[in-house]
Design a protein around this ligand. Sequence first.
Ligand code: C2E
Ligand code: CA
Ligand code: CA
Length: 675
Amino acid sequence: MFSPPPIDNGIEVSGEYSLPIVILSIIIASLASFTAISMNERIQKNSFFHRNIWLILASIAMGFGIWSMHFVGMSALSLPFKMHYDYLLTCLSIIPSIIASFLAFYIVNQKKRSFASYLLSGIFMGIGIATMHYTGMASMVMEAYYVYNPWMFATSIIIAIIVSFIAIYIFSRQQKYAKNNYIKAITSIMMGLAVPSMHYIGMAGTTFYLPRHQAMTAELHMNMTLLITGVTIGITLLLALLQLSSLVDRYVDYRVSHIDILTKLPNRRSFEKALNDDGSYRSIAVWNLHNLEKVNNDHGYHFGDEVIQYAANVLRQLNLPLSDLYRIDGNRLALLLQGNDRLIELQQAMKIISAKWVQPILIQEKKILLQGVCAISTIDDQQSPKRLYSDILAVLSSPSIQYQNEVIRFDPLIHTYSFEQEILNSIDQAMKNDDLFLVYQPKVNAGTQKIVGLEALIRWNHPEHGFLSPSVFIPILEQSHRISDVTNWVIFKVCHQIKIWEEQKLPLYQIAINIPGEYVTSPRLLKTLKKALNKYSVNPSHLELEITETSVMESAESSMRAINTFREAGFSVALDDFGTGISSLSNLRQMPISTLKIDKSFVDEVPQSEKDSAILEAIIALGHSLNLNVVIEGVETKNQVDFLSSSESLLLLQGYYFAKPMIPEELLEWIKGNS
Ligand code: C2E
Ligand code: CA
Ligand code: CA
């Protein structure tokens, strides 16, 4: 391969490169690198799938990229003879590039990395690229004879190693700034260049010889089929991989928010969705395990987890037809059944389990006694499936429960409605007939004391209990997972109100809506917001979503994602009751919120307490340093206002000192008097 042909056998011939196709080959290699880098980011990020899956996908992307670059590069060269490819070798030539990419990515993704590991990956990658190239060359079948210049041959491999090393080094360094697309693009081009640089240097060191008689009459041939095949395979595969990975991302998001990781059962959110959206459920059984906390304390959380898994498996193995099992709380498993008249069947199945659990069960060679209770209930076609769960709650809150694995059927006479039940049963009606209504509290600019925004707060004039405070009924709605319906109602009311004010040509202020914690990450929320905005032709910039700090901290990652989506959709987002949760300051920095609402407790003792005043000032400064709007809530006295309006930068105040929450008519009067 390095020795020239016998002198009488041939004459040296040369080809011509097409510049546009050379550029195309570089673009393909860069695109492949971009895809591979995107996959590599996921290796770092995602724990749901095994990281090797992303490693393999990244390697396939890079491997195919190298491969199609080679063939596109080959077709950029018109040669004075015909040739075709040996299919088997052509296909095999992709293997070294995939393996090399895998090894290289594997090494750079190790936690401990050193200069040596970058070097090693560079060597693997470089050799992989070169092996692919020279295998690809060997797969050419042609009339010509070719010879490699040994120096150029060696140079091409060394160049491949060096450029790969540099690219991998930059790539590994840039992972910190993965979000920065600019750096990502530069890295992709660097990595992309490693492949063509090797290729074209290798080709420069290749000399083709043709028999003398042929060389005289030869014409240049360009292999268009090769070009089209290379480009099509390369691009299609890369785009498919990118598409696949974003699909997988969405799937992971979905799984994480709808599936309980421990039991792999659908979680409470799925349960609610099923009761809300699927009208076919008619019966329910809920097992409430009572002594889990004690089990955890006595034997550790790992053991407690196994107990839950065991219980979930027992219920799973029942395999009742048309039934779905959910883990709706840490200690609650729910079985929903479709179809009428199945209560007896359900009751019998539960009694079998109950009989089993009266005896101690064996877990990890330890005998423990499960103490639980099973509540069951059924409805007819006229009743809403949502009713099923409130019945269960009525059973589970009854004082007669003994937690001896008894199976209790809901009985409206025994499980009389508690106050909570009454709230739950009257909330739908309250939304319909305006027992529930909204009041609006102004937020003012501390400097000018002019109104700049509003917060919508809910009120309930209950037919039996009179005026109920939201701090009484909101927690009940939250516990029984009915709060999302009410939030939707608030969203529509607020949008309607904005439309009314707009039609009356009144000045519009941004209105804040309180979003309960568990609803923040639900896709239903964004859908409802969009529907309401659409219905009343309201711009998202007119709404601010208030999310409490505590709820964000409970599921930091998914809340963060949700907040991002809201901001992208054009809403403002405020972090409510700031200071009552335990958010770390580093979290705050990463949170894409627009407003910080400092909890009332921070202003209560201001300005008389020097310490509190200093803390409040520090928090305000922190908010401003993060470029956030800062609102102080619960401002009640003139002294507080005087203290706070001395601040240089923009500060918003909300509280009884300025105004209580008011119905729209009162609010308009107040605005008139205040301007
Ligand atoms: P929040 O979101 O922190 O709302 C501020 C609460 O402080 C309101 O009580 C407001 O009336 C009250 N407030 C405002 N200024 C002052 C003041 O100067 N002094 C005092 N002592 N209180 C002041 P409200 O309306 O009773 O609401 C209580 C909580 O109920 C709210 O706290 C919020 O968590 C919840 N809530 C109210 N409306 C809604 C709603 O529409 N949806 C949801 N999910 N929650 C709501
Ligand atoms: Ca609020
Ligand atoms: Ca608040």
